[in-house]
Each structure stands twice: as C-alpha cells, then as structure tokens.
Ligand binder design. Structure first.
Ligand code: DHB
Length: 393
C-alpha cells in the first residue's frame, strides 16, 4: 500500500496535521495504536494559548469558541496570599480553558466526517528505508495481521514513547533531558469552581493547582513524590493536603466534593535533535516533553503542526528535501522557550525533597519580586500566553 504522507500517531498532533493535509487534498494515512475510546478516557491538561486556539479555528475546529472558557488572568498564591496576573492587561492576549480531551474529540469527529483515513489499533512495529525517497512502516492491525505502508514522508506524531523516535540510534539523535524530584497527584472532583480563574499555589507543604472543567466538575493537582501510589490516598487525605496548601489569613478555601478520577503525573523535560531524519520528521511529544506546569505540551504540539504544514506545503510543491530542514529550524526556538518556561515555573512553585530553608525563602522572594514588578508579571504573562501568535517563519 502507498500514500504520500504516513502519519504515525492519531492524537491531537496527528489528527490536526491530517485535517490540514485533507484540506489541501494531500493523500495520507494516520496509524494510531490505541482506540478512540482509550484516548478519550485519558485526562490531559486544560489550557490553550490564544495562538493554539487561532490555529484550531483556522483549521475549522471551533467548538472551543462556544464551549471553552476564555481566561484573562491567573492567580499565583504564596504565603497564604493571592496575587492576580492580568494576562490580558499585560500582553493583550488570553488563554482558553478547554481540555485536551475535547480538542482530540473535536478532531476525531471532524476526521470521521471528512472521511479521513485514520486507522485505530494500528501498531507500527518497524520503520523502513527512512533515508530513501520511499520510506515506510510495518504495522499490525487489531487482529494481529501485518501490513506495510509506503509513503513519500513519515511523520512521527506518536507521543512521548514514540516508536519512530525509538528506531533512531544514539548516533542519529541527541536527547537533552532533565528529571525533576517531584510529581503531581491529579484528580477530578465533583464540586463547583473554587475561583473564577486558575490558582497556582506555593506553600511550605508544596505546590497545589486549582483548575477547572465544567460547572459541576473541577481539575486539581498537588505536588507529590514521583513514586506515589494514587490508590494510597483516600478522599479525606487528599482534602487535608489541599487545605493545608491553600490555607491563608484571607480564608480562601477549596470547594470539596467526591473525587471521581485520580492519577500521578511524572515530571520530565526532553528535547530530541534533530527532528528530521531522511524522509521522517518528529512532531509534538515525540520530539519534546515538558513537565505539566504551565500546560505547554499540547500548545507546543499545535505550533509544531502549524509550522510543519507550512514546510510540507512548500516541499510537496518543489520536492526539495533540504526544505524539510526548515521545520526543525523554525520550531526550535519555541520548543526551548517552552522548556525554560515550564522548568522555571516548576522550580519556582515546588519544594524539592530536602530543600534547604534558605532555598524555600529564596523561592518566596522570587515570587514576591515577580508579583511586585509589572515587568516581572509581564514576563510571566508573555510566557503563559505563548509569546504571541504562532509564526511559520
Ligand atoms: C491544567 C494543567 C496544567 O498543567 C496547568 O498548568 C494548568 C491547567 C489543567 O489540567 O487544567
């Protein structure tokens, strides 16, 4: 079997690329190892930068404008006091609360309505002839039957455990990575909102984040040990932890309720370079991973796809392989900015195990300096909103 572009991975990055290729009339196939239902059952982050929303709307995916919530600010809370960061006032830009799961559902529905060739439960086992003009993949379907798909180009949009990336040798790729000494305990609670916007809290007991989902269900996280067992925490222990972290003289309190979902999220940073190997390219989490603080993962993936689509449009016209190197060159700066931003926010807000009292005080001083300075608040706001629109140059 043969197509022009073989897209490995049918998450948000793969499906957005599929949507753009479909609109251009470029023949392609998407191979995704999971089922649509499995992906829809996975909780991911909930914040979209305005530039990511623009990209989705431009691609004809616009439910976010009706069902999403536009947020003009966030709150940083430390020493029991809240400090609002006026994103809109400082940058002229906002973010949208719209869960990644909904972005995926919108894209999957659109793919189905478009009649796009998306194959679920299609597991890529081998990459073929990456350095030739006719690369391919071997894949197995749900019944275990083997297939071969040849293409002009392979795109690895297959997430942080990317098969496409793993088939590269250590000589072919360099991975810049960083591990963090903390993780997040994430859960969904059946309760009304605790605050109109997101609250990022640093306390002597560690970090907590109040996010939202619907009028009846909210998303929250608190810092925990990386090898914490989610089942070891009953509701009472979760609330005791949350109360201790957000408590303050202003009496601010979290709206509590039954916990309906729980999991532990690992923190890791990684960047793979280069992102092009012959006729194969990596996008989204397959190329880079960020820790969850600041919710940059999906936003970066969307920016990658917008730039990749622009590069592919030129390449499909000219067939000049050198043009493919433009992709890595154009996405690299945003990727590293987001790495820095996510690491910076993480370090500022979390207490590492064995943190010295000096370091704890220094972090509070950093938060205090940042919030007291308009330049500081703007620096945070610029990063949080994604440094302006996604540019393809
Ligand atoms: C959410 C997750 C994040 O990592 C973040 O920084 C903000 C919000 C969320 O799941 O809603």
């Amino acid at each position: 079997e043969r197509t022009r572009v073989a897209v490995v991975g049918g998450g948000p990055a793969g499906l957005l690329l599929s949507r753009l290729l479909r609109r251009d009339g470029v023949d392609h196939v998407v191979l995704e190892t999971r089922t649509r239902e499995q992906i829809e059952a996975t909780h991911r982050a909930g914040i979209l930068e305005a530039g990511a929303v623009d990209a989705l709307v431009e691609a004809g995916i616009d439910r976010v404008l009706r069902d999403g919530d536009e947020h003009e600010g966030i709150t940083l809370r430390f020493d029991g006091e809240s400090h609002r960061i006026d994103l809109a006032g400082l940058t002229g830009r906002t973010v949208w609360l719209y869960p990644q799961t909904d972005v995926f559902t919108d894209l999957a529905e659109r793919a189905q309505a478009d009649g796009a060739d998306v194959r679920w439960q299609a597991t890529v086992t081998q990459v073929l002839d990456r350095d030739t003009a006719s690369p391919g993949v071997r894949w197995t379907d749900a019944e275990g039957h083997e297939h071969e798909l040849r293409a002009d180009l392979l795109v690895g949009a297959d997430g942080s455990r990317s098969v496409l990336r793993h088939t590269l040798s250590e000589q072919e790729r360099h991975t810049f990575s960083h591990e963090y000494p903390y993780a997040w305990y994430g859960f969904i609670v059946q309760a009304p909102r605790s605050a109109p916007e997101l609250v990022y809290t640093a306390s002597e007991h560690g970090f907590a984040l109040l996010s939202q989902r619907t009028p009846t269900h909210q998303r929250m996280y608190f810092q925990c040990d990386p090898d914490e067992d989610p089942a070891a925490w009953d509701d009472a222990r979760v609330w005791e932890t949350m109360r201790a972290r957000v408590a303050g003289p202003d009496g601010f309190a979290v709206a509590e309720g039954p916990i309906v979902e729980r999991s532990v999220l690992r923190f890791r940073s990684a960047v793979v370079e280069p992102v092009r190997h012959g006729r194969s390219l990596l996008v989204g989490d397959a190329a880079h991973t960020v820790p969850p603080t600041g919710a940059k993962g999906l936003n970066l993936a969307i920016a990658d796809v917008v730039v990749l689509h622009d590069v592919l449009t030129g390449w499909l016209r000219t067939g000049d392989d050198d043009a493919l190197d433009e992709y890595g060159r154009r996405v690299g700066e945003r990727v590293w900015r987001a790495q820095h931003f996510s690491a910076w926010m993480s370090r500022m807000l979390h207490s590492a195990a064995g943190e010295t009292p000096f370091e704890a005080r220094r972090r509070v001083a950093e938060l205090r300096t940042l919030c007291a300075s308009e330049a500081g608040r703007r620096y945070l706001a610029e990063g949080y909103t994604g440094w302006g629109p996604i540019t393809t140059r």
